[in-house]
Ligand binder design. Sequence first.
Ligand code: ATP
Ligand code: MG
Length: 497
Amino acid sequence: MMTSQQMPNWLKQRTYLTPGRIALSSDDRRYTFKELWDMTVDTAGKIHCHIKESHADFIGLMIKNTVEAVTVIHAVQQLGLKAVLLNHRLSQGELAFQIEDMNLGTVIVDDAFYEKLQDQNVQKVKISDLDHTSPSHFEVKDHFQLDGVCSVMYTSGTTGAPKGVLQTFGNHWWSAIGSSLNLGISENDTWLCSVPLFHISGYSILMRSVIYGMGVRLYEQFDVERINGELKDGSITIMSAVSNMLQRLVKDLGDESYHENFRCMLLGGGPAPLPLLEACRDKHIPVFQTYGMTETSSQIVTLSPEYSLSKLGSAGKPLFPSQLKIVKNDNEAGAGEEGEIFVKGPNVTKGYYKREEANHKSFHDGWLSTGDIGYVDEEGFLFVLDRRSDLIISGGENVYPAEIESVLSSHPGIEDVGVAGIPSEQWGQVPCAFIVKGSGDQLSEDGVLSFCKSRLASYKQPERCVFVNEIPRNASNKILRRILRDRWEKGVYSGES
Ligand code: ATP
Ligand code: MG
């Protein structure tokens, strides 16, 4: 009997409904849902041969954006295993921690990353090993349990040690439905995926593909010229991007524009600099700003282009199944008041794996406290300010590093920038800008500080500017301001400035 917590096996159902539709393409290869299903069942049988019963709950995946990786992701779902998506940019120590934390017995690894796993205490199965494996029999599941865990992804580790987020089938389902209620579904949709499949931004595109019956155009690497070519020729309708990608696309686009078929640039992952949003507005690029996190299984708040002028810089409103509130001193804040962003909805994780303390701290009556600060305006639009842990309190005023970084990133001589609070006798804390100069640029501390003078209120202006060789970033390329603070305090930068 099928209970309300069950649904038909997604890929099987999709193949039954629309077997001939294009599910996936990469370079010159194209696959229908029927072909994807056949490859998936074959791959699942092969993976099945390699699994040791004692570790049969979670399985690690260290993959690239390839067709083979897509079949592995679906195959793992068919086997009833929970996929633990490992970021291949993690250091050895970080990898060892995640493998141990999840007690992984097996990792399926793209051949290109095999060496990274060599010293790890885990069975490694290369994707090419599967070519030489004969599939063994397994029972194809007719149903998925909505409350069952489908995937585990670690948070990026921006604010502290990464935590394993349990994502259920129901979380992915509601995330896909929430997005479709906002963007609509069109028969001609093709979603370009050059964001990583091991991150929720990429994984969620695969889930939407199967649930909507939509094609995915997969890119192994972010290839600016080719992607711009496809956005101009009308073959792509939706694309997911982070701001760095969009920046490069806009620069390469020059005076040209995208095809009218291209209807959504879903922008997420972190703050979007205002100058970039303005450039997109001027070029009529349909940017949908979003706010979300690993814990919300992709976007939870989104701004439609109809508001991109009047609400420039806002992350928008919650998706239909979700809710949002701002909490200040344990009470819900009023319009315009800054506080911590709380979110709720069926796409929100039920918790972190084996993190009792973090679960206790982060979940309250079904609400997740995000650790981010923001405010909601009178019409209910969210403005994300920054991480609570990176907030600078200077002379009693709240200063948000992201705002200063956004201003400095528009300076043509600055290649990379991070802002963090440093101690000040007079103000408690003051912002300090850590800057990587563009090649051959004659940038001076005074030059940078005077650039800020006309663009930022006086209490937000960096007190110091330090030139550094690189900005510390994590495996997801996010700025680690806690490391900047730490290095400053230890005097690491005294030689570089
Ligand atoms: P950790 O939780 O381990 O510190 P992380 O929060 O960076 O890592 P992710 O889940 O990858 O891990 O990132 C989600 C975070 O990204 C959000 O909590 C928020 O801080 C930031 N973010 C996402 N969208 C936006 C946005 N539109 N504006 C500003 N920040 C955003
Ligand atoms: Mg986080």
